[in-house]
Design a protein around this ligand. Structure first.
Ligand code: F0G
Length: 356
């Protein structure tokens, strides 16, 4: 047995690196692809979950960030910059500090989850809260990268997409071929684009025989691709994908057409219901944005689009501990209050419904 070496070393022959490349890695990738019997029962399909919350900073962003920061360092950059709804900032901060360079991150004021904010601060990023939304942050980050000595590590940087395509390679290795359907959350649509590229390359390399239908989902209050126009004030509890003007919009439409794919919108209450199903029935805790893959599957299955026995992979992008408050929320909007018991075994047994 040996330690997983991170996506650049594991897939060196399929990425633009050489023996001289100064690899910046925290051991990302090699995440579990888990069968989800409860979801298979509910849908009649053969459902698997790619648990990207198991990456070093708790989201799929680490796959792209290892490449983006490695290339930045290779090119002599001293500062990387990104706009973020939270996860990218956490990842950029961790990889930059590991490489001994600075991460500057721009986040929408008051709009990112506490876990992600804590990570960026913990990893010593220069974090600025911008008085605007994610799209405003990305505009500024692009401006800065065009006019100042800072290296942009958002997914408009192709190195990010290159790193992220490795998740598709891992799926094919485990299943022996590509699935029939792949369900995935969509914000900037970088990851949707990355998986499509990964599967395409696997077909070209003879590792896979088919292209999965790529099904991407946005939150209803933040669904520019579904609506066909930018959303000026995107709104959803799924803060990670609260994006009104996706950076990879055109590439995503091409990928949809290439794969006989689909983009759908899901209401927030359905996102939270799906998060609960995944945590309480499958044992996988994800943040709300990630649960939209599950909600999308349940919706498309109910619509009759997913045939019995079809092989389905869901990417769940970020760990539930990133943004844990939603798991405590009940249907009436109050928080769960766990029952309090005295220091008394008999009474505890009684409350638990145990009999001797
Ligand atoms: N899921 C999670 C947990 C995310 O953090 C993101 C994006 C997405 C899905 C969507 O991925 O943008 O490639 O379509 N988060 C970015 C960030 C925007 O700043 O962390 P995408």
């Amino acid at each position: 047995s040996r330690q997983w070496r991170g996506v650049i070393r594991e897939y060196a022959d399929r990425l633009d690196v050489t023996d001289a490349t100064p690899v910046v890695t925290l051991g990302e990738g090699g995440t579990p692809l888990l069968p989800a019997p409860a979801l298979s029962r509910r849908t009649g399909a053969d459902v698997w979950v790619k648990f990207e919350g198991m990456n070093p900073t708790g989201s799929f962003k680490d796959r792209g960030m290892t490449m983006a920061v490695t290339k930045a360092v290779e090119g002599g950059a001293k500062v990387v910059i990104c706009a973020s709804t939270g996860n990218t900032s956490a990842s950029a901060a961790a990889y930059a500090t590991h490489a001994g360079i600075t991460a500057a991150v721009l986040v929408p004021e008051g709009k990112i989850a506490m876990g992600k904010l804590s990570q960026a601060i913990a990893h010593d990023a220069q974090l600025l809260q911008v008085q605007g939304n994610f799209d405003d942050c990305l505009d500024i980050a692009r401006d800065l990268a065009a006019n100042y000595p800072v290296h942009l590590v958002n997914s408009v940087n192709n190195d990010r997409i290159e790193g992220q395509k490795t998740a598709a390679f891992e799926v094919v290795e485990v299943l022996g071929d590509a699935p029939d359907f792949h369900f995935i959350p969509v914000g900037n649509a970088g990851n949707y684009t990355a998986y499509t590229r990964g599967y395409r390359e696997d077909i070209a390399a003879g590792n896979a025989t088919r292209m999965p239908r790529m099904f991407g989902f946005q939150a209803s209050g933040s669904a520019p691709i579904v609506r066909g126009e930018p959303v000026r004030d995107p709104d959803t509890i799924a803060s990670a994908i609260r994006i009104g003007n996706p950076a990879s919009w055109e590439l995503a439409l091409q990928a949809r057409d290439e794969t006989d794919g689909y983009f759908g919108a899901i209401d927030d209450d359905k996102i939270l219901e799906a998060q609960r199903i995944l945590s309480a029935e499958v044992g996988i805790f994800v943040e709300p944005a990630s649960a939209i893959s599950v909600a999308g599957l349940l919706e498309r299955s109910a619509a009759g689009v997913v045939p019995a026995g079809a092989r389905v992979v869901l990417t769940v992008t970020g760990h539930g501990l990133k943004d844990p408050q939603w798991a405590l929320r009940t249907a009436d909007g109050s928080d769960v209050q766990p029952t309090v018991v005295p220091v008394d075994t008999k009474q505890v047994a009684q409350v638990l419904g145990l009999t001797s």
